[in-house]
Design a protein around this ligand. Structure first.
Ligand code: AMP
Ligand code: MG
Length: 223
């Protein structure tokens, strides 16, 4: 797996006496898109990377292409933006199956490390792992709307997340519209392809590692 940067000095699970997450699960969804601005987004790529905040390493990855139901034909604009091809979504699964596959992956990687998401363990309601995204769009908008549209019950664990963009802006007192610009402001290089969900997730993980080394605190931002 990708070795992101130098090891971290923080004591596992603590910083300045405050509880911190040991692990972060970075998610960056890709969705159908068009040149016009107002339209509904359907998820086409669902990736996740499990980042060990203490070592700065990615320990596991998940990726599933999803077949959009409403507009199964990708626009050329969408393929050019995301790099996702028609045959990849044709060979994908429905959103509900994707969420089942993700749930299976999630349970396996969490159980192997004794990790708990916030509010999933009565003995440890804070949890020691949390989801992180760039902006609130992925879990606050895209996934919620796509689940509602498909009449899928969204797992409650998706209700809490860390918006890395807001932490980045508050911590560095800097504004960046997109992930690659933020990385570049930090002297980091975006590796891979922008708007490829898995590459975006890996690069956001790299950014989180640097922010953690710089002293940023990662807490749930939407409660
Ligand atoms: P991102 O995480 O920035 O790669 O974007 C997530 C999704 O937002 C993409 O899969 C597209 O559906 C949509 N999106 C991102 N950038 C654009 C853009 N410039 N124009 C239209 N849609 C976009
Ligand atoms: Mg992306």
């Amino acid at each position: 797996m990708l070795n992101l940067t130098r090891p971290l000095n923080a004591v596992a699970g603590q910083r300045n006496g405050a509880r911190i997450f040991k692990y972060i699960i970075v998610i960056d969804l890709e969705a159908t898109c068009y040149t016009r601005t107002v339209h509904e987004h359907e998820i086409i790529e669902f990736p996740a990377v499990l980042l060990n905040l203490v070592t700065g390493k990615i320990e596991a990855e998940f990726r599933q292409y999803v077949t959009p139901l409403m507009n199964p034909q990708l626009t050329r604009f969408c393929t050019e933006l995301t790099g996702i091809r028609q045959e990849q979504v044709n060979a994908g699964v429905s959103l509900s199956n994707c969420l089942l596959l993700f749930d299976k992956w999630l349970k396996t990687v969490l159980a192997a490390r004794n990790l708990f998401l916030p509010r999933t363990n009565p003995n440890d309601p804070t949890g020691n792992v949390a989801f992180a995204t760039w902006t609130n769009w992925d879990l606050g908008e895209c996934l919620s709307k796509d689940c509602a549209r498909n009449q899928i019950r969204k797992p409650a664990y998706f209700d809490l997340w860390i918006d890395v963009k807001s932490i980045y802006m508050n911590f560095y007192k800097r504004c960046s519209d997109n992930l690659s610009e933020a990385l570049s402001n930090m002297g980091l290089i975006f590796e891979g392809r922008e708007h490829c969900g898995l590459d975006d997730s890996r690069n956001l993980a790299k950014m989180i590692v640097r922010m953690f080394q710089d002293g940023a605190r990662f807490e749930i931002t939407n409660q």
